[in-house]
Design a protein. Structure first.
Length: 130
């Protein structure tokens, strides 16, 4: 049962990752930002978020599964991998959005990265009450 859960998780993450990167590639190669307009550019950045979040989640999940102890609890690992993947994908998409608006500075990168690190540290150290 656990192996089937692991295979399903990896398969779903792979499909989402590949589909989102292919759709982003097709949109990027066929249109310019001026042709798309601001509303579609917002959806493009959401696509960037989904693509990188699924990629980082998949890589983190596969990395954590290398330990034999973690194979016994795939649900716990997929939840922590999804959190980490979403935070990293969100970081990439926000930094790309700031870069496209030409308002990205080194100070912004440092502050935003520290904020994401603090959020991740909070989630790793909090006590879950059941």
């Amino acid at each position: 049962m656990r192996n089937r859960t692991i295979v399903i998780n990896v398969l779903l993450l792979s499909v989402v990752c590949i589909a989102s990167f292919v759709s982003l590639f097709l949109v990027t190669s066929n249109f310019t930002p001026k042709e798309l307009g601001p509303a579609v550019m917002t959806f493009w950045f959401v696509g960037i978020l989904i693509a990188f979040a699924s990629l980082f989640t998949l890589l983190d999940y596969l990395w954590k599964l290398r330990k034999d102890d973690n194979r016994m609890q795939p649900r716990k690992i997929i939840i922590s991998s999804m959190r980490t993947g979403f935070l990293l994908g969100f970081t990439v998409s926000v930094l790309l959005a700031l870069s496209s608006l030409r308002s990205l500075t080194l100070r912004d990168v440092i502050l935003f990265t520290l904020t994401v690190l603090l959020i991740e540290l909070y989630f790793r150290t909090r006590k879950v009450k059941i």
